[in-house]
Design a protein around this ligand. Structure first.
Ligand code: MN
Length: 228
């Protein structure tokens, strides 16, 4: 059967140390998943039910490419995050079985148009324009869980032009990886190729054109992105 327009190009993430790739189906993000970040954004750090937003698969930026500063914002913030890549999905996945769904992990940046997000929050409008813009989710190559296991702790950090801005530990996540997958699978049907950005530690702040952002998670990966 002939398609009436060209079939969109699949988005493929790289797998560390191989020539294999990971085809992306959907991209989810978790909001306010580190207490110190919730506090810096003016929210109560108590454990409220996790909430989710989405980015677009083609927002994922190859690890070697520059990040084009987006239009209609003068306050784009960096948010370094552990990224989960799923090899299996389902609905109502028990937390105790959730890690069986994980193919691997990466480090990524959830770039956010903070000014548009603040306007949306104030007006009770959705976050899409603040979160799901072009190139807004640069990620490292994926490291398979069969290589590194499932990191429950470890330093997560981000620097701008060599100056440390964000610093945390994966063990500070309010909702842990198995719980995130379990909760998300109650709301959506998860499937192989789904990618989840798991929230950011404190220290978020603006980037400017010309900045070089470096970030990493001990035992997982590092990533460097230049703002262009
Ligand atoms: Mn985020």
């Amino acid at each position: 059967m002939k398609t009436v327009i060209p079939v969109p190009t699949p988005v493929l993430m790289r797998i560390s140390g191989t020539t294999h790739t990971f085809p992306v189906r959907r991209v989810y993000g978790v909001g306010r998943n580190y207490a110190a970040h919730a506090i810096e954004m003016g929210h109560d750090p108590d454990r409220e039910a996790p909430f989710f937003f989405q980015k677009n698969p083609d927002n994922l930026l190859p690890p070697t490419a520059g990040f084009p500063y987006p239009p209609l914002s003068t306050d784009v913030h960096h948010e370094v995050e552990l990224v989960i890549a799923l090899k299996r999905g389902g609905t109502d996945i028990p937390a105790g079985e959730a890690l069986d769904c994980v193919y691997g992990y990466a480090v990524g940046i959830d770039f956010t148009r903070r000014d548009l997000q603040a306007e949306a929050k104030a007006a009770g409008k959705p976050w899409a324009a603040a979160k799901a813009f072009e190139h807004s989710a640069p990620c490292s190559a994926i490291v398979p869980a069969e290589t590194i296991g499932h990191p429950g702790d470890g330093n997560i950090w981000l620097a701008v032009n060599g100056e440390r801005r964000q610093q945390g530990d994966l063990n500070q996540m309010i909702w842990k990886v198995p719980e995130i997958i379990a909760e998300l699978s109650r709301l959506f049907v998860l499937a192989p190729g789904d990618v989840i950005m798991t929230g950011t530690p404190s220290g978020v702040g603006p980037v400017l054109r010309g900045d070089t952002v470096t970030c990493g998670i001990d035992g997982v990966a590092t990533l460097a992105v230049t703002i262009v």
